[in-house]
Every structure is written in C-alpha cells, then in structure tokens.
Design a protein around this ligand. Structure first.
Ligand SMILES: CC(C)(COP(=O)(O)OP(=O)(O)OC[C@H]1O[C@@H](n2cnc3c(N)ncnc32)[C@H](O)[C@@H]1OP(=O)(O)O)[C@@H](O)C(=O)NCCC(=O)NCCS
Length: 320
C-alpha cells in the first residue's frame, strides 16, 4: 500500500511555494494534479487488492442466486444495510448489487435502505470528529438545508447512495435519518416520516407493519437500525429525551428546526442481535458473494429487543 504521506507532503510543499514565490501558481497546480493522481493510484491499488482476494467476478446473476439461496423471497419488504467491499469485486459495483436485490424481491416486493445525513445537525454535538467551536456559527449559517433530491448520504455506503438516485425510488423527508424505498410499498414506507427519528411514524415502523425482513450484507448487528425502533418502544430507567435540530426549508426559507426526541444509543445492538439469533433461531446466515450475510424477520427482532432493553438497560450511574 502506497504511503499517503507522499500526497500530504506534496500538498504541503505546494502551500510553502505559494506563500514564498509569487511565480509558483503553476507549480502549485502541478503539485495538486500530482496529489489527485496519487489519490487515483491509491484507489486503483485498493481495487487491485479487492480483485486479488476475489476468486471469480461477482455479478448480478451470482448475487441474485446467493440472495435466493440465503432465503430472500419475492414480494418481501426488505431493509438492507450493506458494505460493497465485503462482497468481493463486483462487476458493475453498487448498481449490480441493487439490480440483484430488485430482481429477487421483484415488482411485488419493496427494498428499503438508510440514506442518513447526520451532518445536518448542530455542530456543537459533533463528536466523530468534532469541529473547533469557532466554526459553529459559520456551519449553522451555511449548512445547506435538507433536500431529498440533493443531500448525499453519510456513512451508509455507496450502495445506499447509488440506490437513492434512481428515479423510481422515494426518499422520506427527514433531515438526518431519511430512508429510501423502491417497489410496491415505496410510497407507504417513506410517507409521513416524523421528526422523532425512528419512532412510530418512521419507515422502520412501516417495515414492522409490513412484516418485513432485515438483510445485513457484510455488516453486523451494530448497523441494524431497526433496533432503534425498539428503543422508542422500550422503557428503561435511563431513557432520556433530547432536542435535536437540523436545517430545513420552511415556506421557501432555510430554518433550523428543533424537536423533542429520545436519546438513541446503539452500544448494545451487536449483543442484542447475537442473542436474538441464538435464542430465536430465526436468523439465516450465508455467503452473498464473499460477504457473510444475515437475513432475519424484523418484527420478532424488534419485539425481542423491546423486552431485552427493559431487562438489561440500566440507569446511568452519574448524570454526566
Ligand atoms: C461503513 C460501511 C458503508 C463501509 O463499507 P465499505 O465496503 O468499506 O464501503 P462502501 O460500501 O461504501 O463501498 C466502497 C468501497 O467499495 C470498494 N469497491 C470499489 N469498487 C468495487 C467493486 N466493483 N466491487 C466491490 N467493491 C468495490 C472500494 O474499496 C470502496 O472502498 P474505498 O473507498 O476504501 O476504496 C459499512 O461498513 C457499513 O457500516 N454499512 C452499513 C451502514 C448502515 O446501514 N448503517 C446503519 C444506519 S446508520
């Protein structure tokens, strides 16, 4: 793997040249071009490593076969959390995965993916990473408001980002935790998403009502967002309320909207998912491409998690 510090030192060298030598603009442009070329080389190198650890190209056809073998059925409502790189080298990248999923659930089925945009939030609350306090006012003033057509997804992967851009896909209207849906129930799943992020008027509750399934494609239960629905339904001593805010368009103007919500916490999601799999026997596991995939019915998972949280979650020991 090439050392990224080469790129950094090239850019640093360019910055130095531009402050001390007025004639260095072409030099800087050349250095930036070299840095971009190095970035492209790094990406090619990463893809090369992926190709090296892939026995056969993964295709729409092979993915559809693997999904069927795992137990994904036509006419299912399926909520998908994914990692493209976990599958091995896919011919067609994210588009191929989407085509395979759409093929397997078919026109009577519904696909749902998280299309979250957590950066549309108060910078004072950012922790991974935080930004300097002196930036907060600028960020609050300048952050573009949520636009379901434009706002990119954050940290949910390129498959979800590619999925949301299809013209036949609907995206719910939540500035931070929108979901996109395709197929028979797309309109129903994405309609009327309340500001309370993952509660009774969220796409997660619609998947529950539709007796839908969750597919974890190369990711673990730590990414299993449906467990947030259980957080809204469960009672435990330390459950707290918060007041998130986000930039939205209201009557043609950008405004920061805030709302009452619960404090969400995914620290125990991996444990809950594993316990559910073990105790219920309802989780199917198999390979999709080269990824470990898990397929499970969402309704019993959420019901299990509601009970688990009530029994295991404790009040915080201090109010820090
Ligand atoms: C964070 C996460 C998306 C990272 O997974 P990932 O596989 O590294 O990233 P993506 O799915 O975005 O895929 C991009 C990667 O695919 C790889 N890739 C590129 N072309 C490819 C191809 N043709 N075939 C396969 N992989 C390819 C690249 O290596 C790229 O990684 P790079 O940027 O390091 O080069 C994943 O671990 C995860 O958590 N997914 C679930 C998210 C979620 O739903 N969370 C719950 C809601 S918050």
């Amino acid at each position: 793997m090439r050392d990224k510090s080469v790129v950094v030192s090239l850019v640093r060298a360019g910055a130095h040249a531009s402050t001390e030598q007025p004639s260095s603009v072409p030099v800087l442009a050349g250095l930036v071009e070299m840095a971009v070329t190095s970035e492209n080389a790094l990406m090619a190198e990463r893809e090369g490593e992926l190709i090296e650890r892939t026995q056969q190209p993964i295709t729409v056809r092979s993915l559809a076969h693997d999904l069927g073998a795992l137990g994904v059925k036509p006419a299912t409502t399926l909520l998908v959390h994914s990692s493209l790189s976990s599958l091995g080298w896919v011919c067609g990248g994210p588009a191929a995965v989407i085509l395979a999923l759409e093929h397997v659930v078919g026109p009577a089925g519904t696909l749902v993916m998280p299309t979250h945009s957590s950066d549309l939030s108060d910078p004072a609350r950012w922790t991974s990473p935080p930004v300097p306090e002196s930036w907060w006012a600028t960020i609050r003033a300048e952050m573009p408001p949520f636009d379901p057509d434009l706002t990119p997804c954050r940290r949910v992967g390129v498959i979800a980002e590619c999925f949301r851009k299809q013209q036949t896909v609907r995206r719910s209207w939540h500035p931070q935790v929108s979901f996109a849906a395709w197929g028979l129930r797309a309109e129903e799943v994405t309609r009327d998403h309340s500001l309370a992020r993952f509660g009774e008027r969220s796409p997660l509750a619609k998947v529950y009502d539709a007796d839908g399934w969750v597919l974890l494609l190369g990711v673990t239960h730590a990414s299993n967002t449906s467990l947030h629905l259980a957080e809204y339904r469960a009672a435990w001593p330390g459950k707290r309320t918060v007041r998130p805010s986000a930039p939205m368009m209201v009557d043609g103007n950008k405004r920061w909207i805030d709302w009452d919500d619960i404090e969400i916490d995914d620290h125990d999601f991996a444990t809950i998912g594993d316990r559910f799999a073990h105790q219920s026997g309802l989780q199917r596991e198999g390979l999709v491409g080269q990824a470990t995939a898990m397929l499970l019915p969402q309704r019993p998972l959420v019901d299990f998690a509601v009970t688990w949280m009530a029994e295991h979650r404790k009040a915080p020991t201090s109010d820090t």
